[in-house]
Every structure is written in C-alpha cells, then in structure tokens.
Design a protein. Structure first.
Length: 369
C-alpha cells in the first residue's frame, strides 16, 4: 500500500452560538486544514489540524498548509506500513512543525487501520473502554450565566467542567469559580483554566480567594519557570497545558516535579504516536491527563477519542472535542457526538470517519498523480 496522492483542503468552522472567549483570544471561526491521502490500492485516509487562531500556540493555519506543501511531495510513493518510518521521513523533509505533521500521521494511522481491519485505538495499544468521558469548557462570561450553564451541563452527564478565567479581573474570576462551585459542588470535577493569562502573584491571589473550593489549576501562567515557582505556594494542583509543546518539555516537567497533571493536545505534541508515548510516561508516574486538541471537526474528534480510550480510566481527565461549538458533521452516518457527557469510541476500521464526498469542495493543493 503506497501513497498515490495527497490532497489538502481548507475548511471554515464557524463557532456556534457566538464568540468563544478565553484569556488569550476571542474566536468566531476556525480555519481547519483537512488532509486526504489516497493509496495505490484505493484506500483513503483522513487527517486534520485546526489551530485556534495564531496566538494561542505557535501554530497557525497558513503555517500548517505551508508545512504540508514542503512534506507532501516527498511522501508520494512511500509505503504505508511503518508509522515510525513515515515519521522519520517527514522529519527528513521538514524540521519541526509537528502540528502539521500530526494531520498526516492521523491519515497514516487511518489507512493502516483500514488495511489491517482494526480501529486506530488498536494501533495505539488497545482500547480499555468503549466510551470515554468528555469535559465541557465554560468560556469567560458573567458568573451567574457561567454557573447556570455549569449546572445544566452536569445535569446532562458531564463529569468534569473547565472554567475559563480572563486573568484581567481577579474578583470576577473568583466569583466565577465560587458560583460554579455552588451550582455543581462535588457532582463534577472542576478545572480552572488560566490559558497562561495570570502572573505568578495573581495566580497565588486567586488560589487564596478560592482556597476552600476543590479544583485543579490549569496553566495559570505563561511559562514553565513561572509554573515551577507556584509549587508549594498554592493549595490547588497545577496542570500544564499550553507549555506541553513537545515530548522533551513534558519529560522535563515530570522530572522536575512541576506538574500534577497535564492537558495534552494531539497536534501540539506532534501526533497521535508521540501522544501515546506521553500517555505511557504519565502512567509510570501515575499522572492524570486529558486527550484533546485545540479545535477541529469529526476527524480530529475521532483521533482524540481513539487515544482517550487507551488511557487507564482512573488517570483520565476527559476528552474535549468541538462538537458542541460547531454545526454539522463531516460524516453524517458515523458522527462523533457527546451523549450524556460521554463519547462512543468508533469501532470501524481506521478512524471510523468517512467524510461525505465533495463536502470540502476543491482542494487548495494536490500532490501526486
């Protein structure tokens, strides 16, 4: 099974219900890059990368497509058998840009799963469950409205809520956390997500203002150095999210005992294969983590859920997918959906997603025959 053609699509994903607000940016629509790989024996594999704007991480949509343009021609004719060998080939063609390589890696795994007639979760070590818990992200908003939505989502089956804070008004941020706690209490685990928006002093202050509330503090400050100074000075466990830009960074955070857990994203760590390595590393140290990504449609959602199903449940912090924030699905027959706060793991070979023919329109770039 050799790569015959690679097609690159640009897909706009408008945010349903208005602006998605967080500390680093406000987002109204997302520019997703979809990769289609066709092999000489007629199989088609799909991948996706969807940066949440150009400032959330050092990733952006134009960069993803430019990186694929560098890599794709050199993959034409390559055998799809060894994922490690394909990763080595991509690194030889372009240094870095893991968020773009992740879309190609996703498509490779989709193809290999179809060829072997197994789901991608099997290729990643094997599923431990047939449904995984999702978590809901409460965007920055008025405390009363945030609390109302929190109660609604817990009633709908969500076991974990992520409360985003602005980092601009500590009293309002604290009010948000308190209101959510009053609304849901121990019925749901809470993560307070600073999205790098707090100074060390502000993080300590907010921690004191919310000292009696049980939550994990997700990426309160911008750098790992700042996060390291919080250890022992705050009451709440510290999780790293945006800082986990590669495997070495995660290894450093673990070895220095900076993080009590992680928010892992597929495209940030480089691909599903690298993320599976971090899953196993966290298992050794019994560190909890999530399996999600910045944004994306059904392709990205399927990838996150396949990996999530391979994580030991007691260490799993949930999967975040964008399904509740976007309209429609790429595959109407096999959509990735959240029901009662959980997501069914696709059982079909590969990713289990087959986008509707012509759904993405004309490819913005085509490589190969």
């Amino acid at each position: 099974m050799r790569i015959d053609q690679i097609n690159d699509y640009k897909v706009q994903l408008p945010v349903k219900g208005g602006t998605y607000r967080m500390a680093s940016d406000d987002v109204d629509a997302l520019d997703s890059t979809i990769v289609e790989i066709v092999t000489d024996d007629g199989l088609t594999g799909w991948g996706e990368t969807c940066p949440i704007g150009p400032v959330y991480q050092p990733h952006h949509a134009l960069g993803a497509r430019a990186a694929i343009a560098e890599i794709a021609p050199g993959l034409i004719g390559a055998e799809v058998a060894s994922i490690r060998l394909l990763a080595k080939r991509m690194d030889e063609l372009l240094n870095g840009h893991g968020y773009a390589k992740a879309a190609l890696d996703m498509a490779f795994l989709d193809l290999l799963g179809q060829k072997l007639r197994v789901p991608v979760s099997t290729l990643l070590g094997g599923a431990l469950t047939d449904r995984v818990p999702a978590y809901y992200s409460l965007i920055v908003g008025p405390p009363e409205e945030t609390a109302r939505i929190a109660a609604e989502k817990v009633k709908g089956g969500y076991l974990r809520l992520q409360v985003k804070i602005s980092g601009k008004d500590l009293e309002e941020d604290a009010a948000n956390v308190h209101k959510v706690w009053v609304a849901v209490g121990y019925r749901s685990r809470i993560a307070v997500d600073g999205n790098r928006g707090l100074t060390v002093a502000a993080a300590i202050h907010l921690d004191r203002l919310c000292q009696t509330i049980a939550f994990v503090f997700e990426q309160p400050c911008n750098t790992m150095d700042e996060a390291s100074t919080l250890k022992g000075r705050v009451t709440h466990p510290i999780y790293l999210d945006e800082n986990t830009e590669d495997q070495n960074t995660v290894l450093r955070a673990i070895s220095l005992d900076i993080a009590d857990g992680f928010g892992f994203k597929v495209t940030r760590l480089g691909d599903l294969t690298k993320m599976a390595t971090m899953r196993d590393l966290c298992a050794i140290r019994s560190l909890p983590h999530s399996c999600d990504d910045a944004w994306g449609g059904d392709i990205m959602a399927a990838a996150c859920v396949h990996l999530a199903s391979t994580v030991e449940p007691r260490r799993f912090e949930g999967a975040w997918i964008a399904q509740e924030y976007i309209e429609g699905h790429f595959d109407a027959k096999n959509p990735i959906v959240i029901e009662n706060g959980h997501i069914a793991v696709p059982q079909l070979p590969g990713l289990g997603i087959k986008p509707e023919p012509g759904l993405f329109g004309q490819a913005v770039a085509m490589y190969g025959s």
